[in-house]
Write a protein that binds this ligand. Structure first.
Ligand code: NAD
Ligand code: TYD
Length: 352
């Protein structure tokens, strides 16, 4: 039977890879991609699948509760994969309220619309919330890893808003028996990532000969996963995950920020035929991020053992692929940094 699947945030970085995978791999599903096309949403990310018969784009904002109700009434979604969010920690420090609106209120609107539409008949239904490891807070002991049982201790407005939405999703499961699943993933990298995040920002600045701003001493540690491996994990959890469960996703791939920037600089010099040390000469230490979490590191054993997922790419290979993509898609970056892509949407989509 044909299933209607709602994917939110599918014009963003991770969502675009999830939409592509589902549209190509599951002709028996109709994929509805709901996205508000904020500064972070870019339909160019999924241009290759937009004319597939099992795909529909809906421009809409998840903070619009009545619209969410209408969409569920109209399309009777069987499954939801919810990725739409405000996603950048630095922006959340500057403007926390927009994070609370989209991440908390927006998620509540989707849960409410799903609850009303499913009306207690949960056979074949699933609400899948895509979340982050940042809800667990910051690790200080080098031996520690985030487990699914690690208590929540979010430190930034971004992670607090994602923690709030995770709690709401669990509350709908506990209270209304809503069939839900949650995954908490580590830092993603790869094609289509908006250039305010570490790796694409650094790649863009190297290409433009601009300073590479490293926050504080560059000692903070992040655990990096190639975005396509995250999309594969989402596919696996959507189809094989146990209802009510949480799965942590990560690549056992920890890097200090300064080390990853140096590695990136070396690869960029090689690819751009520049003498070694050229890109690294642009490294500039800048004021630290307020409340900067020291270390994130995921223990991904549960999803690996219970669902058989594992990352497909070694980090060096994923980094090469990512750099090659940005080098081959200079126009994508130029359109974003010039704002031209937004003017295009303003003309294309004038609904809500
Ligand atoms: P992104 O910022 O690249 O994309 C977010 C998308 O959501 C954009 O297309 C944007 O237009 C859309 N959106 C924002 N507000 C909206 C609203 N009110 N209504 C409808 N659409 C809206 O983010 P991303 O990095 O792709 O992250 C996707 C999800 O994965 C988020 O929920 C994030 O918390 C989670 N996550 C991200 C990472 C990471 O490293 N990027 C890691 C773990 C989890
Ligand atoms: P980011 O990509 O913003 O992801 P997150 O804060 O969600 O982990 O940043 C990754 C790390 O890189 C984080 O420790 C902050 C640091 N960082 C810099 O040092 N300079 C930068 O310009 C940016 C954007 C991030």
């Amino acid at each position: 039977m044909k299933k209607n699947i709602l994917i939110t945030g599918g014009a963003g970085f991770i969502g675009s890879h999830v939409v592509r995978l589902f549209v190509n791999q599951y002709p028996q599903y109709h994929i509805f991609n709901l996205d508000a096309l904020t500064y972070a949403g870019n339909l160019a990310n999924i241009r290759d699948i937009e004319s597939q018969p099992n795909y529909t784009f809906i421009k809409g904002d998840i903070t619009d509760g009545p619209l969410m109700m209408d969409l569920f009434r109209q399309h009777s979604f069987d499954g939801v994969i919810h990725l739409a969010a405000e996603s950048h920690v630095d922006r959340s420090i500057a403007d926390p309220l927009s994070f609370i609106m989209t991440n908390v209120v927006g998620t509540a609107n989707l849960l409410n619309a799903a609850k009303a539409s499913w009306n207690g008949n949960f056979e074949g239904k699933l609400f899948y919330h895509v979340s982050t490891d940042e809800v667990y807070g910051s690790l200080h002991n080098p031996e520690d890893f985030f487990l699914e049982t690690t208590p929540y201790d979010p430190q930034s407005p971004y992670s607090a808003s994602k923690a709030g939405s995770d709690h709401l999703v669990r509350a709908y499961h506990n209270t209304y028996k809503m069939p839900v699943v949650i995954t908490n993933c580590s830092n993603n990298y790869g094609p289509n990532q908006f250039p305010e995040k570490l790796l694409p920002l650094m790649i863009n600045n190297i290409l433009k000969g601009k300073p590479l701003p490293v926050y504080g001493k560059g000692e903070n540690v992040r655990d990096w996963l190639f975005v396509v491996d995250h999309a594969r994990a989402i596919d696996m959890v959507f189809h094989k995950g146990v209802i009510g469960e949480t799965y942590n996703i990560g690549g056992f791939n920890e890097w200090k920020n300064i080390d990853i920037v140096h590695l990136l600089c070396r690869v960029m010099d090689r690819k751009m035929d520049k003498p070694e040390g050229s890109a690294a000469s642009l490294i500039t230490y800048v004021k630290d991020r307020a409340g900067h979490d020291l270390r994130y590191a995921i223990d991904a054993n549960k999803i690996m053992k219970e669902l058989g997922w594992e990352p497909s790419l070694q980090f060096e290979e994923g980094l090469e692929k990512t750099i090659d993509w940005y080098l081959a898609n200079a126009e994508w970056m130029d359109e974003i940094t010039s704002g031209a892509y937004q003017q295009y949407y303003d003309n294309q989509y004038t609904t809500r």
